[in-house]
Write a protein of this length. Sequence first.
Lengths: 196, 196
Amino acid sequence: MSLVLDPAAQDLLFREARTANAFTDEPVTDEQVQAIYDLVKYGPTAFNQSPLRITLVRSPEARERLVQHMSEGNQPKTAAAPLVAILSADIEFHDELPYLLPHFPQAKDLFFAERPSREGPAVLNAALQAAYFIVGVRAAGLAAGPMTGYDAAGIQKEFLDDDHLPLMVVNIGRPAEDAWFPRGPRLEFDQVVTTV
Amino acid sequence: MSLVLDPAAQDLLFREARTANAFTDEPVTDEQVQAIYDLVKYGPTAFNQSPLRITLVRSPEARERLVQHMSEGNQPKTAAAPLVAILSADIEFHDELPYLLPHFPQAKDLFFAERPSREGPAVLNAALQAAYFIVGVRAAGLAAGPMTGYDAAGIQKEFLDDDHLPLMVVNIGRPAEDAWFPRGPRLEFDQVVTTV
């Protein structure tokens, strides 16, 4: 075996973990979200820029507003999930760089002074962190249901601001029975990997 | 403890894993890369679109060409790493959708017929897969050194084509002694997570 990670962890995070479309009623606590964050915050980003922001939609009123912006197929599961999180990329991440990158604080002005120079890195690195977050949800024994089928401008206007771009909405909870479709095929190694 | 993942796996993947800047001479084999891929290919993407492509730079001649396109600070470590991979997003991922999404093959034409409608999803979902790949490298007991400091257009022209956007270059190997700087600070939970 070429992997060091033990098989139970492989199953928990990748092989048996699945995108859930239905959940039990068991709540997802703030303590669980804190534990997930305290694990996945260590995942690497360029210049440690850490642009991911997370909006937990907990109040029934906010949930209702969010559901209105989801695509029709995503509305029922977003309405029913124990917890829903909006993941966004903070375009103003550079404000935190002097703290995040203490040995190179001039990176803030050298590379990220202009907004267009921040948009691409913010989305790329927040997407990396979104993937770490999905892995973290699974590490907590929960299932994630990430979705991009929504009115992004509507979600941004309703829950975020001009400086935060929505990346995805994630349903979180303990999967119900029949929570997923059969797993889709994956590309073969040779379709993905080339050697030069 | 709110996490189910065992502490050794938490350490291997997140808490003790670090971005490496120096590696031992031990080679990274094709079998290891295959094992990494066979684990992380299960990470979720929207519509199972799986747009990540991986170019392993193995020949000395190709390595030399790649190093020329890296930023000055990244050149020595890219020249010395046991294995270097170029991760890219395939804008033509929709060609595989009828295979990847057999229960909804019309997604290809319904959502992704026009190239501009594919670029954002390709980058976002390939970035998720790049993060899974970094986690997978760690699951193999290796260290990753992801870098975005390079001439992207040069790398695209030299190693890819118009349909593949470079996302990052990743050095891979067993970390040498003193392979990393002290870990940078992370944002506190309350700086990242808000509740509505």
